[in-house]
Design a protein around this ligand. Structure first.
Ligand code: RM4
Ligand code: MN
Ligand code: MN
Length: 430
């Protein structure tokens, strides 16, 4: 029997923290009521917020220099599901899991779907991987995959993506995320136009394999592992490609995949405007694709992204239904703790964005009151909404303080005993 945190343990911790929470919640409720905001309605909305956990996020990540594995790392997809279920048990905002293939390959995907359901989880978008060579693979991706100069290599990459769709159908997914590492390291190495043409041609074949109710998410990234140019380098290229492919192709925004100082929230607004926003890979960054924990470097930027999302949701922007996923690499923390903290940070930004008085903001904008408009955002951003988040968790059966509860449960130490270290694992991004 593998260890899991007993519900009674969570209840006991909650009971000890309950009266302080009730106090803080009542005080915040009074404060919000003065501005005509009903805290109860807010808590109900916040309790419905959900973000998918990436299976590769529950393993310890690494850099190109080293990886420092932690104790009790997941050995395969079932262990990963156990960790995801623990996150969901305590946080109650992460009911889905986004798998990556072939990392999460299984011999029986029907059984895998049931294994997830037995843990209260479902599968979100499936991710393909043509950025690594797999054992026994005929053609190497060293010089690209969907945009490779060699047709047979491109066909192999297309076949892998089609296989991911087939797997996703068995898992109950409705979307495929395609990120390619294709690009070049030297000026002149690649014909920039021809590489994009080959990508589009290959993606047309992937697109053709999508079931009617599926979408494909195109994920752009400016650099790494290719350092001179990447084929799908930015949101403009992603948008143009999605436009050419058709209505089922949408653009995914990974927060770490942009040029420094780019206005990400404006990109989000543009994609919403043109009905091409697929959703997000949330994380945070200081320099590039750092894959740091969401909200850990620039929580204001995260808030501004959610500000655009709430704006779109409230004005019922046509075609607006973004998928929320985390995509992080946890190198120095317990991944379960990082993912819990990140899900809470997203929920916090979401709640703060809900607090923006849209009518007051619009009035300030229309009267050219720049500071008034900005102050409206800052007022919402600086509100401490923690009691709403904790109450939403408590009412959904989660923990008032997920990280403290997790630490006190001894989960990681138990997993350390159950899951002896492996020589090489599929966990994490290395
Ligand atoms: C990439 C990108 C993809 C993720 C891989 C592991 O930088 O963010 O979404 O699948 O990393
Ligand atoms: Mn990503
Ligand atoms: Mn990335």
């Amino acid at each position: 029997m593998s260890f899991s945190i007993a519900p009674e343990f969570v209840e006991k911790r909650n009971a000890a923290e309950r009266s302080a929470l009730d106090d803080d919640y009542a005080a915040l409720g009074r404060r919000l009521a003065r501005r005509g905001v009903d805290i109860e309605a807010m808590t109900t909305t916040v309790a419905a917020f959900a973000v998918a956990i990436p299976t590769w996020g529950v393993g310890t990540g690494g850099t190109r220099f080293a990886r420092f594995p932690g104790p009790g790392e997941p050995r395969g997809i079932l262990d990963k599901l156990d960790d995801c279920a623990t996150i969901q048990q305590l946080v109650r905002a992460t009911p889905t899991v986004s798998p990556h293939f072939p990392w999460d390959k299984s011999t029986d995907f029907g059984a895998l779907r049931q294994a997830a359901a037995a843990r209260g989880l479902a599968f979100d978008a499936v991710n393909s991987n043509t950025f690594q060579d797999q054992a026994g693979q005929k053609h190497s991706y060293k010089f690209g995959s969907l945009s490779h100069v060699d047709r047979a290599t491109r066909e192999q990459a297309v076949a892998h993506n089609v296989e991911c769709i087939e797997i996703g159908k068995k898992l109950g997914s409705k979307a495929l995320t395609v990120w390619i590492a294709d690009g070049s390291n030297f000026a002149g190495q690649s014909n920039l136009t021809a590489a994009l043409d080959r990508y589009l041609d290959a993606m047309r074949a992937v697109y053709a394999a999508l079931p009617d109710d599926w979408t494909v998410f195109l994920e752009h990234k400016m650099y790494e592992p290719a350092f001179y140019s990447t084929v799908i380098s930015d949101w403009g290229t992603s948008f143009a490609a999605a436009q050419e492919l058709g209505p089922k192709a949408l653009c995914l925004v990974d927060l770490g995949h942009h040029a420094p100082n780019v206005n990400i929230e404006q990109i989000v607004a543009r994609l919403i405007r043109f009905k091409k926003l697929a959703g997000f890979h949330f994380n945070d960054s200081k320099y590039g694709d750092d894959d740091l924990d969401a909200g850990s470097v620039d929580p204001f930027r995260l808030f501004l992204v959610f500000n655009e999302l709430i704006d779109a949701a409230q004005r019922k922007a046509p075609g607006f239904a973004p998928a929320y996923m985390l995509d992080q690499s946890h190198n120095v923390t317990d991944p379960v703790e990082s993912l819990m903290a990140s899900a809470i940070e997203l929920q916090r930004a979401y709640t703060q964005a809900l607090l923006v008085d849209r009518a007051a903001l619009a009035h300030a904008q229309e009267t050219n009151d720049a500071l008034g408009a900005h102050s409206e955002l800052k007022r919402a951003f600086t509100a401490d909404v923690s009691p709403i988040l904790a109450m939403a968790r408590l009412r959904s059966g989660g923990a008032i303080d997920p990280i403290a509860t997790y630490r006190a449960s001894g989960y990681r130490a138990e997993k350390g005993k159950e899951r002896p270290p492996q020589a090489a694992g599929s966990a994490g991004i290395v």
